[in-house]
Design a protein around this ligand. Structure first.
Ligand SMILES: C[S@@+](CC[C@H](N)C(=O)[O-])C[C@H]1O[C@@H](n2cnc3c(N)ncnc32)[C@H](O)[C@@H]1O
Length: 212
């Protein structure tokens, strides 16, 4: 279920460079939320779409991170981040829609700014639910579809095509909130908010945790 925009020989390295360069700014935007969500994480963490390792700075030194990252252009920086933050990294070059981990085997799964990009967010969320142990936790921060008929919705729809192309399959206007609510986690703590930044299409966001 690989998306056709991914692993492009030109956009791939450009995206990898871009995400590496803005990781400090991402920390300004998301750091407080992430520190709260990652608090008390277990020794092993599964991350869907780990990118260049933007979330490693929130992990305890010595954490084992299983990174589900199909985009090979991200891997070099992902490995460098692991060395920098003292993380034991295992990269799985598979998509979040078909994770090669057993059912009920994981305590903690993370995705930040990924469900916007996977080809089938529903299949990906179902995989996350499948690999989580009962009472396992999924934490997420995602940008989402703006309120219908709002100025942000207009901008999201206007820019969708070039954004989707450049950011290798990212949808500016995906209703990830509705998807998460429909999956049937035992508990879902989800907050909707606006994160103001120059990246206008991704201002509307959700963050929270789901428990299997
Ligand atoms: C916008 S980047 C976010 C990276 C990182 N999570 C962060 O917060 O900076 C989206 C990431 O999802 C990855 N991705 C895209 N499609 C995917 C899929 N089907 N399964 C898993 N990861 C995917 C991309 O390769 C990219 O690394």
């Amino acid at each position: 279920m690989e998306n056709k925009f991914q692993n492009n020989a030109i956009r791939g390295p450009i995206n990898a460079f871009f995400f590496k360069m803005i990781s400090g700014y991402m920390d300004i935007l998301f750091g407080n939320s992430k520190r709260k969500l990652f608090k008390n994480h277990p020794e092993t963490v599964i991350e869907i779409g780990a990118g260049t390792g933007a979330n490693m700075r929130y992990l305890k030194v010595g954490t084992k991170l299983i990174a589900i990252e199909p985009n090979i252009h991200m891997h070099a920086n992902l490995k460098k981040s692991a060395v920098k933050y003292g993380i034991h990294l295992e990269i799985k070059e598979v998509v979040g829609e078909s994770i090669d981990l057993p059912d009920n085997s994981c305590d903690f799964v993370v995705s930040t700014l990924v469900l916007c990009t996977v080809s089938s967010p529903m299949a990906c969320i179902n995989q996350i639910k499948r690999i989580l142990k009962p009472s396992g936790v999924f934490i997420f921060i995602e940008h989402v579809k703006a309120r219908d008929n709002s100025m942000l919705a207009f901008i999201q729809n206007l820019i969708h095509k070039p954004w989707h192309w450049f950011f290798e399959g990212c949808h500016t206007n995906r209703d990830t909130k509705q998807l998460l609510e429909s999956v049937g986690f035992n508990k879902l703590e989800l907050e909707t908010y606006n994160s103001y930044s120059p990246f206008i299409p991704i201002i509307p966001q959700i963050r929270g945790r789901a428990v299997k």
